[in-house]
Design a protein around this ligand. Structure first.
Ligand SMILES: [Fe+2]
Length: 131
């Protein structure tokens, strides 16, 4: 018979895979921005990454709420900040501010790497110890 713990372990494995995809998509976007690829190509990569982030954040937040995670608010604030950064990149791309896009995409990569290494790790530890 499966338990909450089995469900949480499966959810954790899924989130780990999603984090890998998330980092890979963002690194691809950073590279495209660094190489100053055209606006349409950058917009497509950004759209793909934004949609993935949104779906991932929603599912992660759902699992947090199901488990009454004690850092839910701060964690969800990080997700909002990440989506805000992506909106800034979209605006910079649309108006052709390529030099500023480099800085913001690098900031987004550093931010999400730190988020995965700290807040997501804390949530994974929480799930592991939840009976
Ligand atoms: Fe997260």
């Amino acid at each position: 018979m499966s338990t909450i713990s089995d469900f949480n372990n499966a959810a954790q494995a899924g989130m780990d895979r999603e984090h890998e995809v998330q980092l890979s998509l963002l690194r691809t976007l950073c590279e495209a921005v660094r190489e100053q690829r055209n606006t349409v190509e950058v917009a497509q990569l950004l759209e793909q990454f934004s949609a993935y982030c949104e779906a991932h954040f929603v599912s992660e937040e759902l699992i947090m709420r199901q488990n009454s995670f004690d850092e839910y608010e701060d964690h969800a604030d990080d997700h909002c900040h990440m989506m805000d950064l992506l909106r800034v990149i979209a605006i910079d791309n649309a108006i052709g501010k390529s030099s500023e896009m480099n800085a913001v995409t690098d900031e987004a990569l550093a931010f999400i790497e730190n988020h995965i290494g700290t807040r997501d790790k804390r949530f994974a530890d929480f799930l592991r110890t939840t009976p």
